[in-house]
Design a protein around this ligand. Sequence first.
Ligand SMILES: [Zn+2]
Length: 430
Amino acid sequence: MPGPRGHRWWKDRTTDRRELTSMRLGRFAGIEARAHWSLLFIAFLVAQLLAVGILPAAAPGLPAAAYWLAGAASAVVFLASVLAHELAHAAIARRHDIPVERVTLWLLGGATELGHEAKTPRAEAAIAASGPITSLVLGGVFAGLAALASGAGLLTATLAWLAGVNLLLGVFNLLPAAPLDGGRLLRAALWRRYGDWTRATYASARAGSVLGALLIAWGLLQVFGGQLFGLWLALIGWFVLTAAAAERTVAAGKRLTGRTVRDLMTTPPAVAPSWWSVANFLAQADSTLVRSAVVPLVDFDGSPRSLLTMRDLQRVAPDDRDTTRLRDAARSRVPVLVLDPDTPASDVVLPLRARGGVAVVVEDARVVGTLSSVDITAAMMLAGLTDRGLTDRGLTDRGLTDRAEGPHPAGPSSTGVTEPAAGAGLTSNH
Ligand SMILES: [Zn+2]
């Protein structure tokens, strides 16, 4: 299941933000577990669902406090079950020598962040299967306990619910669509069959898009039928859809394996001096200066300053063009993406898209080129046609790292990909 980051996951890699939005649960076998604040909402929702709806119907005649107590206890055990699902992914990943960064629980379940992707289909399958297997086993255990406690009213009802929800977790996550665990299993199987990671990823991501769309449609039908629960389904569907799209983008980026930002960048750089007037810029603007709808501005010392969009220019009245400098016209608050020329091209696909579609390439404190989404897309399409870049199956430990984050060019980073979806439990479908 998807991580809390969805298609923007690389942004949240900064520790500060993570610490603001989540709390530490503790360490389990050396693996850090965190919970996003949205989890409190889920815990309350589960407790309420049980205390007001399910338990009074299953074991009537008790005081409301008893239902709330049982509901609250169930919510805690349920979240612990989701944590167990994630920790199983983490433990098996470790056994396959993949470092585990952390496990995070959040609104739609959990996510296990791995240092890099599995190296073999076999490892991928083992890591993916461990979570759902844990959920199914837990479901079986709770079902057994419920059978033992049969006739005990509230306790039986609570155990039966825990059994059901864990079985559902296991089964749902086995649906063969990325980014669910079943999608990982599908990818592992196809990877083994095709011998091609990228092709297998495309296929499982396509399945994810279909599943996401179906869940949204189903959820909305429920909502129109008066079932508010459908909103939840639609939310999960939207999430699966988004995560699947991000996976396709990452897979496409793998086609660029072996190529760096330097190989694809435009030189001389398509940047404009920030002190130019709008009139001057318009007089000189041509296709060598404007390579996309966004132009990075540089200061006197050559350092990137801000992004200028064509819309910014439209806002300047014709009479003011002589007196308005480009830096004053630029309204975008998105910081300029600065890249090191030796960064693997596959690493910059997603950040580029999020940061205005254009980046400035800096080497030795000098702007040496610019890179736009158009350059990347063209290179990926060409690689797709010629199959260039697929020869090593994209199996390097490359991912999006912090290197593209800061305002300064950053050197190579040793951190690998934060796999958005190596595992998850879904807190859905009660
Ligand atoms: Zn999982």
